[in-house]
Design a protein around this ligand. Structure first.
Ligand SMILES: Nc1ncnc2c1ncn2[C@@H]1O[C@H](COP(=O)(O)OP(=O)(O)OP(=O)(O)O)[C@@H](O)[C@H]1O
Length: 319
């Protein structure tokens, strides 16, 4: 278990982490999400004792991580895969790490097998590709058979096969009763892997809840409707708080009303419906809705004005 109590970290005037508290429970994968610069890495570094908190503290399995006699057996972490000694072979890098807590070559060979690096274990870590380096970082995190695993962007650089592998591995680790904290900007992957979410924005916790609750809560009702009476239905439903978009004649995407409300009103007005489907939003949509105001670094579309204008025109024509 990881427990974070009123943790704050400032760099000069910049409050990177602002008085946050949370608990990461064993037995499930917890996703740690937030825009660039939100404070995820700083929080993880403080849990590991790599950054000293300005105030507050973090506990790993009930104790301070830095006070642990065998830290890699308490918590295995991947923060920066490029940390491996580039001049050493992957095997020797892991052997040196294992020796700090009395682990021998057998365990090193075991984790090399788990991460699929056995055949290249004698190559220098400096010659590894990005994906191989990630696998080596994951091997280092697993080496001490830790009760807690904390991985920052572990799928960075992995091919689709590697991404699938890590998804299953993290779920298996959680199913064994371990605590798993995972940070990633890949929303689709996070949605498939994590059961619980911690969302951080501008150094503050914005959400700490089960994945399904986060998705349901962050977005309102969204219903997909197909009707030969699209224009009449659109006029019928027009009201403050109701948004209707249409990409094709008779196809409406309605926000702000439930399927039951739409069906009841259509029936009362004698309008025919071919389809009436509540749309489950994705994690990405829910996340974008929640963090819109917490994003520090915004990009711009090449011609946002033109895109918006043509989208509106298409909507109006289609219904
Ligand atoms: N060593 C440091 N010195 C000064 N400022 C820092 C330092 N480390 C982090 N920061 C600042 O703290 C804030 C949080 O950064 P952090 O790296 O924790 O964010 P993050 O959520 O991990 O971002 P990303 O998704 O981009 O990795 C940022 O404003 C960053 O510039």
């Amino acid at each position: 278990m990881i427990e974070v109590h009123e943790l704050t970290k400032t760099f000069g005037d910049n409050v990177a982490v602002d008085n946050i508290s949370f608990t990461v429970q064993p037995g499930i994968v917890t996703g740690f999400l937030g825009p660039n610069g939100a404070g995820k890495s700083t929080t993880m570094r403080m849990i590991l004792g790599l950054d000293r908190p300005t105030s507050g503290h973090a506990l790993v399995n009930g104790r301070s991580y830095t006070g642990s006699a065998a830290p890699i057996s308490e918590l295995g972490a991947l923060l920066d895969a490029r940390n491996a000694d580039k001049a050493r072979s992957a095997r020797n890098h892991l052997r040196a790490l294992g020796a700090t807590v009395g682990l021998g070559s057998d365990r090193v060979d075991e984790v090399l097998e788990v991460v699929g690096l056995t055949d290249v274990a004698r190559q220098k870590a400096g010659a590894y590709s990005l994906g191989m380096g990630q696998r080596l970082g994951i091997a280092a995190a697993l080496l001490g058979d830790p009760k807690v695993v904390m991985l920052d962007e572990p799928v960075n650089g992995l091919d689709p096969d590697g991404i699938l592998w890590i998804r299953h591995m993290l779920k298996d680790l959680a199913a064994e009763g371990r605590t798993v904290l995972l940070s990633s900007h890949l929303m689709s992957e996070m949605e498939l892997t994590a059961e619980h979410l911690l969302v951080i924005g501008r150094g503050r916790i914005m959400a700490d809840m089960p994945m399904h609750q986060f998705i349901a809560q962050a977005t309102g009702n969204h219903v997909h409707v197909v009707s030969p009476d699209g224009t009449a239905l659109r006029d019928l439903l027009a009201a403050p708080g109701v948004a209707v978009a249409s990409d094709a004649p008779g196809v409406l995407d309605i926000e702000g009303l439930t399927a039951q409300e739409i069906g009841t009103r259509a029936a009362a007005a004698g309008l025919v419906l071919f389809e009436l489907t509540p749309v489950e939003p994705s994690l990405e949509e829910a996340y974008m809705t929640m963090t819109r105001d917490a994003v520090e670094f915004h990009g711009t579309s090449a011609s946002p004005h033109l895109e918006t204008a043509s989208a509106h025109a298409a909507d109006k024509d289609a219904a």
